[in-house]
Design a protein around this ligand. Structure first.
Ligand SMILES: C[S@@+](CC[C@H](N)C(=O)[O-])C[C@H]1O[C@@H](n2cnc3c(N)ncnc32)[C@H](O)[C@@H]1O
Length: 379
């Protein structure tokens, strides 16, 4: 079994969530840094990580890590890596770079030295003057941080938030990876009610339903590494098969999603259908001030408008006040709101039990968390 190291990249603030997911998948030697989680794996782990990680952005294969303060060192160490085992003759490879607090600060220069070293190494195996680069994609990254160079291959291709189910969108949609993280940071589990009263394109309820049904989030999409010659095709087939077998179609979920906007609700329903979870979610077009709570001990996970990207400030502030009134009248509920509005707690009428700083795209937000009691049967 070939031992390798993987790096799951994350949005800042979600490292702990991704670490928990990596642990749950059974990976070992896990370490956490700002913006990523690293762990030991085998080749199967590439397929497993891409199919199952819900909150990570990308899964990178670490080809090598070394110190370099001169271009000669960068070239020599890069050349020494096993490129001839990884890249076929027709590999369509591109080298991206980044450099933070490092002597080698010119990113274009680092990229071209790295590419040159790889080409020279490949020429020791393939007898060609120029590589055609018309085969499978291999996106290589040379990342320098305080003179430590990490060279990776992006196994995912496009970011993992692109699950493939979201065709229609509303304004200011949440990334699927962020929605999955917000749910996993909440008290929600498959036996409890979940409510998103500002569901937009349905990302939060759909991600919850996929968690509840144990649907691997990557099951409906492709990954760059599926076309790589050093990973046997059977590995992907096997991991996909296992993921299909793991789906729990019999589970009864109580997921409620509503929005004031009719068009948003229609889009959300289609997205839920695409994700294969439309039968798990009860959608309705309901303005928040007309909403009735569908039971006790529920969990509300919500990405309301912030008045930054959508909504007028007065409407948004009235909505937050209405939310406080409804949920403060039923203390059995646990509620979670992500917003950039710093006056949220005041408008909601209660200080949050916990706040977590998160970036929603480029917007600095807080995740306000209000913990209700656990239902009797959970105790
Ligand atoms: C930031 S978007 C939610 C995006 C959603 N999480 C997604 O991924 O598509 C906020 C949503 O709140 C809805 N909304 C605004 N005011 C509302 C109200 N008073 N009652 C219910 N929904 C409201 C908007 O129509 C919009 O779809």
């Amino acid at each position: 079994m070939k031992k390798i190291k993987l790096q799951a990249t994350t949005t800042f603030g979600l490292e702990a969530v991704v670490k928990r997911e990596v642990e749950k998948l059974g990976f070992k030697d896990i370490s956490v840094s700002d913006g990523y989680v690293e762990y030991s794996s085998d080749l199967e782990g590439i397929a497993k990580s891409n199919l199952w990680l819900r909150s990570a952005d990308k899964v990178l294969y670490i080809v090598g890590r070394f110190q370099a303060v001169t271009f000669e060192e960068l070239f020599d160490y890069t050349y020494s890596l096993p490129w001839t085992e990884l890249l076929p003759e027709d590999a369509k490879f591109v080298v991206n770079g980044k450099s933070i607090k490092s002597t080698l600060s010119s990113v274009p220069a680092c990229q071209s030295i790295t590419e040159k070293a790889i080409i020279n190494k490949l020429k020791t195996k393939y007898n060609v003057d120029r590589f055609k680069k018309n085969g499978a994609e291999y996106s290589i990254q040379v990342a320098l941080l305080k003179n430590t160079v990490t060279i990776t291959l992006n196994t995912s291709g496009p970011s993992l938030h692109k699950r493939g189910y979201r065709h229609g969108q509303v304004m200011a949609p949440l990334k699927e990876t962020m929605a999955a993280a917000l749910i996993q940071l909440s008290y929600w589990n498959k036996d409890r009610i979940l409510l998103d009263p500002c569901c937009g394109s349905g990302t939060i309820p759909i991600e919850a339903a996929m968690i509840g049904r144990n649907i691997a989030p990557g099951l409906s999409r492709k990954f760059d590494a599926e076309k790589w010659s050093f990973i046997p095709k059977e590995i992907w087939q096997e991991e996909r098969k296992k993921a299909y077998q793991a789906i729990n179609y019999d589970i009864n979920l109580q997921i409620y999603a509503s929005d004031i906007n009719k068009h948003a609700v229609e889009i959300a329903k289609v997205n839920a259908e695409n994700a294969g979870v439309d039968d798990c979610i009860e959608f309705s077009q309901t303005p928040f001030n007309k909403l009735k709570l569908p039971g006790d001990y529920g969990v509300c996970v919500c990405n309301p408008p912030y008045a930054e990207r959508m909504g007028s400030l007065a409407d948004v502030e009235r909505l937050y006040t209405d939310m406080g009134k409804l949920f403060n009248s039923n203390k059995t509920w646990s509620t979670y709101f992500i917003t950039s509005h710093e006056g949220f707690e005041k408008l909601y009428g209660r200080k949050a039990d916990k706040k977590r700083k998160l970036f929603n795209g480029n917007v600095k937000t807080d995740y306000y968390q209000y913990f209700g009691p656990r239902p009797n049967k959970e105790k």
